[in-house]
Write a protein that binds this ligand. Structure first.
Ligand code: FE2
Length: 412
């Protein structure tokens, strides 16, 4: 007999520090962790944009703090890149690892904190069959996550994603011990982010908010036999709902502004806040079909995550509407649509249209065809999507392979 869960859990980065200029407090943060040596993990683009200078400026005035910068992170970082960062750590023996960048740099920093502290190989901590599935034994070397985009939510997630290009595979490490010790969110670091990545990371944040607001509620999921087996994505709760709602509103009001004028600090601040809130919401509640469907597409076409997501989200919302009409009605309202007196169908349609309109206004390609996806790829993509049950189990409407094919068709 189905026994529903009656308990939910909520986790996030140990601490959050948010605000313009917060990066100037980095010396205090390093010292408070009994540290004098910091390893910054980042990528060349962030470094060239001057963001690393911005982050290290307050540190250079401190004689008692040594900083080493590893700028070798690339998008979808491979095992080799993780290993390179860990070997720099072994050389300089840092007290703190600081990930500065998008999700990739922060992911590399998090896992560097694990493997540097507990030794062994990265694959020891990856789930079988690819890895040995060894649990992270305890707290890692302190990790400070400093996002330079507003979208991924990696600054407050327990997950890192590792590419194995030889095996055309992406694997992950997920552990309660892998939450950053501090998410340091300084919106001024996002000012140099160009319009394209601002738009795509912002749409990713919107999808995190919408998918966590519509994902299945915790008490519609089965109670785990062992409480230790309750999944990280344990369903939406009153707490994740509040975060998701506010994030949707902030993104609808601010993403266009942040893309049109990158120096609009108020818009940047609201986008950073929305991204953080949506990140905390989805890392507890879970996601849905949009994220499951985006992975096979991006794996084949190497399209940016947020762009892939944005081209799929409206069709997924239309499909899902019958699974959670009240939720889509509310999303339409939060995005500024007038749904007074409309039927449930019409209100849900307004929500999907509002998302498509926002994506179009910020210059995201209209559909999957523009990303190079063709009709004959759909069957294989749908098959791969069905493998990602960890995301699909949260989808508000039951999804079969034929449904996924239909949604892909609608997104072409
Ligand atoms: Fe995402």
């Amino acid at each position: 007999m189905f026994e529903p869960d009656t308990v939910w859990e909520f986790s996030m980065a140990n601490r959050v520090k948010f605000g313009t200029g917060s990066v100037s407090e980095l010396p205090t943060e390093i010292r408070s962790r009994d540290g004098d040596t910091a390893l910054i993990v980042t990528d060349e683009g962030v470094k060239e944009a001057g963001v690393i200078d911005q982050v290290t400026a307050p540190l250079r005035q401190q004689e008692d703090i040594d900083v080493e910068v590893f700028a070798g992170v690339e998008p979808d970082p491979s095992l080799k890149i993780f290993e390179a960062a860990i070997s720099v750590a072994r050389e300089i023996e840092p007290d703190v690892v600081i990930g500065v960048g998008g999700g990739s740099s922060i992911d590399v920093a998090k896992t560097t904190g694990v493997v540097y502290k507990y030794g062994g190989e990265i694959l020891d901590y990856v789930a079988p069959p690819t890895g040995d599935g060894k649990p992270v034994p305890g707290p890692t070397l302190p990790v400070i996550a400093i996002p330079t985009t507003a979208g991924t939510g990696s600054e407050t997630s327990p997950v890192s994603v590792i590419s194995l290009p030889d095996r055309k595979l992406k694997v992950g490490i997920s552990s309660k011990h892998q939450y950053p010790d501090l998410a340091l969110v300084d919106p001024s670091l996002t000012v140099s982010l160009p319009p394209g990545p601002t738009a795509s990371s912002g749409m990713d944040a919107l999808s995190h908010a919408i998918e966590s607001y519509t994902t299945r509620r915790f008490d519609t999921k089965p109670r785990p036999e062992d409480p230790a087996d309750r999944p990280d994505y344990n369903g939406r709760t009153i707490l994740t709902d509040q975060l998701a709602r506010k994030a949707i509103e902030l993104i609808a009001d601010n993403l266009r502004r942040a893309v049109n004028n990158g120096s609009d600090l108020e818009a940047r601040r609201n986008m950073s806040l929305a991204s953080l809130m949506a990140g905390i919401a989805f890392t507890n509640a879970g996601l849905g079909a949009t994220h499951a469907m985006a992975y096979p597409v991006a794996g084949e076409h190497h399209t940016p995550h947020g762009v892939t997501i944005a081209t799929l989200l409206p069709a997924v919302m239309r499909f899902n509407a019958t699974g959670a009409f009240d939720r889509y009605d509310e999303i339409a309202r939060l995005m500024g649509e007038d749904v007074e007196g409309l039927s449930r169908d019409a209100a849900a349609e307004k929500a999907a249209t509002a998302v498509a309109k926002l994506a179009s206004d910020v210059g995201i390609p209209e559909n999957l065809t523009e990303l190079g996806v063709t009709e004959d790829e759909i069957a294989a993509f749908a098959e791969d999507t069905m493998e990602i049950q960890r995301l699909l189990v949260g989808n508000p409407r039951r999804v079969e392979q034929v449904d996924v094919e239909h949604i892909f068709q609608q997104s072409l």
